[in-house]
Write a protein that binds this ligand. Structure first.
Ligand SMILES: [Zn+2]
Length: 343
């Protein structure tokens, strides 16, 4: 009897002990996860995102740095294609708005990201609802005076929804950014303290003469900004795509204008990787590490975010501080953001 009782007590004690151990273990694991969850990735700002409805007909997969080998061609042959999916790890194109948004928002959360987004206002609003507050900054794009009157443009900025003006892409319209038809819009942005992003340089992917006959490579020359900048000394301008490939003109313009920044969007994942790194390296080498901002030109491939961030993270020519400047600090300063809200 006694023996039995002892055994029973012993087994109940063992059970209790096991339960307690399990509880301790479980709570330790839970705390571990909670701590892991609270430890956020260092913040990143992508200053160049396009909000658009996904068109499944054009949603093809893409190999990054696809311009590494420009196709040969002849005007009597079929037009060359420049984008391929023939590589080890092509980036998958999202096939629906929901698929794209879900992937974008989850990457933004995981990498502690904020984006400046231009394009379809309904898409921007939907992203804002899904993201943490303040993480999607709306930008309004205008590239010629026919797209929107100056009054409507000023109203859109004054309403408070739009915080940024961009992407302004006069180059695709055959216009210089200093063309007087755009001047009242820049004047409005200057008056309202709105930063402006202007497309300069890249474009066309080796076939622009076939797809957009108004485009001129020469209109991507950063020097074409000078007259406009002189007329609007308080305007904060960033040159999208960093004026690639006109590095000397870009460096000279930044040297002459204290407030001109650049982003490295588009070029960072399309041109040959070594060329991209050389270009960024040259900007830093020339002393402009505090005026380079990270951007993607994100359209339909969610993984483009990681691909592009990887270029900066893996750059052997950049120090940790220089990487943080490009990925975050420079954009905080340029867009006059409250840094404490993005940690
Ligand atoms: Zn652009």
């Amino acid at each position: 009897m006694y023996h039995k009782y002892e055994k029973k007590q012993l087994s109940s004690m063992t059970q209790k002990f096991t339960k307690i151990t399990l509880l301790i273990l479980l709570s330790a694991i839970t705390i571990g996860f909670a701590q892991e969850g609270e430890k956020r990735h260092l913040p990143i700002i992508d200053v160049h995102v396009h909000a658009m409805k996904v068109n499944p007909a054009f949603a093809s997969d893409m190999c990054p740095w696809f311009l590494t080998s420009m196709p040969g061609g002849d005007p009597l042959d079929e037009a060359p294609t420049f984008m391929t999916a023939d590589c080890a790890h092509p980036l998958k194109a999202a096939k629906s708005d929901k698929e794209f948004q879900d992937a974008l928002i989850s990457t933004m959360k995981r990498l502690n990201m904020t984006i400046v987004a231009s394009g379809d206002a309904s898409v921007i609003r939907s992203w804002q609802k899904a993201a943490e507050p303040g993480r999607v900054i709306p930008s309004i794009g205008i590239s010629n005076s026919e797209a929107m009157s100056v009054v409507a443009f000023t109203d859109s900025l004054s309403s408070g929804f739009y915080k940024v003006m961009g992407e302004v892409a006069p180059q695709y319209q055959g216009l210089s950014p200093s063309d007087m038809s755009l001047d009242p819009y820049f004047a409005a942005a200057e008056k309202l303290n709105i930063p402006v992003g202007i497309h300069m340089g890249t474009g066309g992917n080796g076939t622009i003469n076939i797809t957009n006959p108004k485009y001129r490579a020469s209109l991507g020359n950063p020097f074409l900004l000078e007259d406009m900048l002189a007329r609007h000394p308080k305007l904060k301008v960033w040159v999208m795509h960093a004026g690639y490939p006109l590095i000397d003109e870009m460096v000279a313009l930044m040297g002459a204008n204290a407030y001109v920044y650049v982003d490295i969007a588009g070029m960072i994942w399309s041109y040959p990787l070594e060329e991209v790194n050389n270009y960024i390296k040259r900007l830093v080498q020339a002393g402009f590490g505090k005026r380079i901002m990270y951007g993607t030109d994100l359209m339909i491939w969610p993984e483009l975010l990681e691909t592009s961030i990887g270029v900066i993270e893996n750059a052997t020519y950049l120090s940790f501080d220089q990487k943080r400047d490009i990925l975050f600090n420079n954009a905080v300063r340029f867009f006059r953001l409250d840094e404490s809200k993005y940690k």
